[in-house]
Design a protein around this ligand. Structure first.
Ligand code: HDD
Length: 693
């Protein structure tokens, strides 16, 4: 029933091509190695008869497929990752014995996974959410996992509240929605009842929670850790990642539209950048405090809802991480990566932060249901690479190591008779816990020093620039307006009044509700000195580096203008993509064809950091009846982006409501004047395009 062609390929009855291997190395086999002759047809009783149970090839293939999925992470299910290196530039030998933090110039392999928290594995990349920032360092002394976020603090003080927090933020239990969104009753119900979450909510409602790119987020270890030196002395430490590209956020309206235009926006951005050799980098920095420094803080260093302002305790940059290689296989690496705060190396230790203490149990435990075996550390992405790992743990599901000999217990004296005795503990170089004094009665307690829930929330809000404050207030209006239970809104507003009266008034006004009574505070908030380091606007220099400029081109357009924009943008470090009404490209004024990277309908301006409209008069006229073109200009303007344009594009700009300002640049005088505004958002424009709280 088949035809054999000259090259060995075979055509089936339906004419379909069955590709054939010409060597044993190239041939398809079953999981157990038996070669296949046909990968198109199952084994049937006659050409139109039933499929036979005997078909072990069909059964194996379907069965493997049926079991392809593993449980997604209960939080941080949606993530993207990359391989890279960490290079230490300054030694912390005075504080720690950890080789990864003391051997200057040493390059340690890393695997870094970024994630959203609330949404499922298939959810969008741009919801309002915290971003996970988890780094696995494959050090010479074992894997060190720094499992942090892009926000330096957390919602809760004690791990016992974590399941409640996550249940509240995830889709509601009966209806199964909303997906990847905090704007709903149960989340705000929990927040209102948990004043300790107020500081984190400020951050989650700020522009930090709607980043433009994973390459442009800061990272924080969040919890307080310890560094322990050769003398056994301990210092407290906070870990920070600082993106070399600076930070950048989206506008909320933009984030919503990106979700539709490209749900994989962040994943694609990270993959593409690394793929083309534009490797994202972060500086690694620490804040180090003695016990006396910690005692002098106006809050408890063990309280994960508090940050340590870098104005009072400056950051010391000690190294750099470069992400330079995409995973070869998403499932094998990104999905199976298991990050564990308990993955720690000698010289680094935990603090008594009650949130961290609970994490120390949770991550190891969750891998058992996610990866299904205590042997998940043998999966290549999780294996210690910088050093051997050896102990007497044995057997279990999916054991891949083949141990030899009899030594599976310790102590043993097998070596005395010439047999291998196996590894032994190293009293000097092995992991030693800091001998922290422990005292007090056993009880379920929250320390009085954890009682101030509002001072730092106030500090954060008051440290922001004016546009950022307005975005935060507007985000609260948006989220609370999605809350259907009035008493929940009232309670949240009652907490907000403890943060900042002006903020509370603006939000109440935006929601259209009376300002309720202030809720009693466990500790009266105090005014702290503002911390400019908490801002996004103006914190890093404006830059086009690593950004994307979209150039919309029509037939008849001037190729010289396109080239000028391209050259200027690329010289400033940006990538440029061409958008045209047709994917085949645009026929330019000089008769040549400019290839397009995108068709207009599939490339709205939300996907770019700045745009240029290089239109001919005729091309512009045609676009006046194309909604996608009008939206392209309107959204670029509304999202505060620079718009370069040929004079011929003016009718489209007018129709899109684009008004003249310093970010709207006529390209007749060359592309250079477009580059400066393209490197930033036009914050001054915002009051013209939206009403903010
Ligand atoms: Fe967590 C995953 C970060 C508190 C329990 N967490 C997870 C990931 C990140 C964080 C980045 C994803 C790792 C990856 O990419 O695979 N989590 C944090 C931070 C916290 C925090 C910065 C506060 C300081 N987490 C926290 C608490 C608990 C957990 C208090 C439980 C008591 N987290 C988990 C988990 C996850 C997890 C359920 C889900 C998947 C996983 O661990 O491997 O165990």
């Amino acid at each position: 029933m088949t035809d054999q062609s000259k090259n060995g390929d075979v055509r089936g009855n339906g004419g379909e091509l069955q590709q054939q291997a010409s060597t044993p190395e190239a041939r398809l086999t079953t999981n157990h190695g038996a070669p296949l002759s046909d990968n198109q047809n199952s084994l049937r009783g006659g050409p139109r008869g039933p499929t036979l149970l005997e078909d072990f090839i069909l059964r194996e293939k379907i069965q493997h497929f049926d079991h392809e999925r593993i449980p997604e992470r209960i939080v941080h299910a949606r993530g993207s990752a990359a391989h890279g290196v960490f290079e230490l530039t300054e030694s912390l030998a005075a504080y720690t014995t950890a080789k990864v933090l003391t051997e200057v110039g040493e390059k340690t392999e890393v695997f870094t996974r970024f994630s959203t928290v609330a949404g499922g594995a298939g959810s969008i990349d741009t919801p309002r959410d915290v971003r996970g920032f988890a780094v696995k360092f494959y050090t010479k002394e074992g894997n060190w996992d720094l499992v942090g976020n892009n926000i330096p603090i957390f919602f809760i003080q004690d791990a016992i509240k974590f399941p409640d927090l996550i249940h509240a933020v995830k889709m509601e239990a009966d209806r199964g929605y909303p997906q990847a969104a905090s704007a709903h009753d149960t989340f705000w119900d929990f927040i209102g009842l948990m004043p300790e979450s107020t500081h984190m909510v400020m951050w989650a409602m700020s522009d930090r929670a709607i980043p433009r790119s994973l390459r442009m987020i800061e990272g924080f270890g969040v919890n307080t850790f310890r560094l322990v030196n050769a003398e056994g002395q301990s210092h407290f430490v906070k870990f920070h990642w600082r993106p070399r590209l600076g930070t950048q956020s989206t506008c909320w309206d933009e984030a919503v539209k990106i979700a539709g235009a490209d749900p994989d926006f962040h994943r694609r951005d990270l993959f593409d950048a690394i793929d083309k050799g534009d490797f994202p980098e972060w500086d690694f920095a620490v804040q180090i405090l003695t016990q006396a420094d910690a005692d002098a803080l106006p809050f408890d260093i063990l309280d994960a809802t508090k940050l340590i302002p870098e104005e009072t305790h400056p950051l010391k940059v000690i190294g750099r991480m470069t992400l330079n290689r995409n995973p070869d296989n998403f499932f094998a690496e990104t999905e199976q990566a298991a990050f564990l705060p308990t993955n720690i190396v000698p010289g680094i230790d935990f603090s008594e932060d009650p949130l961290l203490q609970g994490r120390l149990f949770s991550y190891q435990d969750t891998q058992l249901s996610r990866l299904g075996t205590v042997n998940f550390h043998q999966i290549p992405i999780n294996r210690a690479k910088g050093c051997p790992f050896q102990n007497f743990q044995r057997d279990g599901h999916m054991q891949t190591q083949v141990f030899t000999g009899r030594a599976n217990y310790e102590p043993n004296s097998l070596a005395e008779s010439g047999e291998a005795g196996g590894p032994r503990a190293d009293a000097k170089g092995g992991f030693t816990s800091f001998r922290a004094p422990v005292e007090g009665e056993k009880a379920r307690l929250r320390s009085e020093t954890f009682a101030d829930h509002y001072s730092q929330a106030r500090l954060f809000f008051r440290s922001l620039e004016t546009p950022e404050q307005a975005h935060l207030a507007s985000a609260l209006v948006f989220e609370l307006s999605k809350v259907s239970l009035e008493h929940v809104r009232v309670r949240v507003m009652g907490n907000l009044r403890n943060v900042d009266e002006d903020l509370a008034k603006r939000v109440a006004d935006g929601v259209g509700m009376a300002l309720p009574k202030k809720n009693p505070a466990a500790a009266e908030p105090i005014d702290l000195a503002p911390s400019p380091a908490l801002r996004l606007v103006g914190k890093y220099p404006a830059s086009l580096k690593g950004r994307m400029v979209g150039v919309l081109v029509t037939d008849g357009a001037d190729g010289a203008v396109v080239k000028a924009v391209q050259d200027a943008a690329e010289a400033a470090g940006a990538a440029v993509e061409i958008i045209a009404p047709k994917r085949g490209g645009a026929k330019l004024k000089d008769g040549s064809t400019l290839k397009a990277d995108h068709q207009l309908a599939g490339a709205p301006s939300v996907l770019f950091d700045a745009v240029a409209l290089v239109l001919s008069a005729e091309g512009c006229k045609q676009l006046l009846t194309e909604g996608a073109a009008i939206d392209f200009a309107k959204d670029a303007f509304g999202h505060l982006k620079a718009i370069g344009h040929t004079p011929e594009a003016q009718p489209l700009l007018d129709k899109a409501g684009v008004e003249a300002d310093t970010g709207v640049v006529d390209l007749s005088n060359g592309a250079d004047p477009f580059i400066k505004p393209a490197a930033t958002r036009q914050w001054d424009r915002e009051p013209k395009v939206r009403i903010l709280a």
